[in-house]
Structures are given as C-alpha cells and as structure tokens.
Design a protein around this ligand. Structure first.
Ligand code: CMP
Length: 140
C-alpha cells in the first residue's frame, strides 16, 4: 500500500552535515520525496509533535536538543514507507542500532540526557497523518 511518512533529520544530523547522506538512503530505497524543508522548530511545534512524551524525564532535554539548530523535515512516499523507514533508521539507541541502518552506521553515543539519534520517523499511519499535519499543514 502506498503511504506517506514524516521523517526528521534532527539538529545533530543537520549540524554534522549528514542531511544529504540520509536523503540519499531514503531515495536509494526507492521512496519518493514529497516535501523537504529546513525548519527551525519552536517549543509549541515540539509540544505538538512530541505530545506523547510531555512530562517524561527526557522531555525537557529533548526539546532543548531539538531547538539547538535547524531540523530537516521530509515527507516521503512509497510502499509501506512507514515501516520501511523505521527499518532504515534502526532502533532508537545508536549503540544498539544494527550496522547498515542510519543510526547504526552514523549515530554516536552522546554523553547527554537525550538520545541524539539523527532521525525521527512516524510509527503508524495515524501518527504519520498527525505529524505531517503539524510540520506541513498545506499537505494534510
Ligand atoms: P524519536 O523517535 O524522535 O522520539 C522521541 C525521542 O526522544 C527519541 O527519538 C529520542 O531522541 C528521545 N528518547 C527516547 N527515549 C529516550 C530515553 N529513554 N532517554 C533519552 N532520550 C530518549
């Protein structure tokens, strides 16, 4: 089934110059780029995006990290792209993410309170629709 997902190259990925490499991996897998925009997040936007994490111990450091520089917001489309991108990204923690994945190949273990894990990908059709609406209201 053709579907869309929201992908973010987080500030650590943009600052380390990995945007092009991450876009390359998305396109190499056969997914189509529908929208790509470099954006400075705001606290309000992050509160919407990360609504399920508000109040968790890592929430404040996560917001601080996500405000530390621009984020590359991407909408990609393709067959089962939601699951496919999460597989490309690897598990949340870069230390345990498998080699061959974005986080496994490129992620570093940072000595911070938040996992600076380069990318975000929507985890379900419902969150993809919600997150695309937050980052790209014109596409919803
Ligand atoms: P993401 O997939 O964008 O969703 C929530 C983010 O919070 C996650 O990536 C990490 O950057 C961060 N995160 C999730 N779990 C933890 C944790 N246990 N400790 C620190 N940061 C976390």
């Amino acid at each position: 089934m053709t579907e869309r997902t929201l992908i973010l190259v987080k500030p650590d990925g943009v600052q380390r110059g990995l945007s092009g490499e991450i876009l390359r991996r998305i396109e190499a897998k056969g997914y189509t780029l529908v929208a790509v925009e470099l954006r400075q997040a705001t606290p309000e936007l992050l509160e919407q995006h990360y609504e399920e994490h508000v109040g968790k111990p890592f929430y404040e450091p996560l917001v601080e990290f996500m405000l530390s520089g621009p984020t590359l917001a991407i909408v990609a489309q393709g067959e089962r792209v939601i699951e496919g991108f999460r597989s490309l990204a690897g598990v949340t923690d870069p230390t345990t993410a498998a080699p061959g994945t974005i986080r496994g190949d490129l992620g570093r273990q940072w000595p911070t309170k938040v996992l600076q894990n380069l990318v975000h990908g929507s985890d379900s059709e419902e969150s993809a629709a919600r997150e695309i609406g937050i980052w790209f209201p014109g596409l919803a």
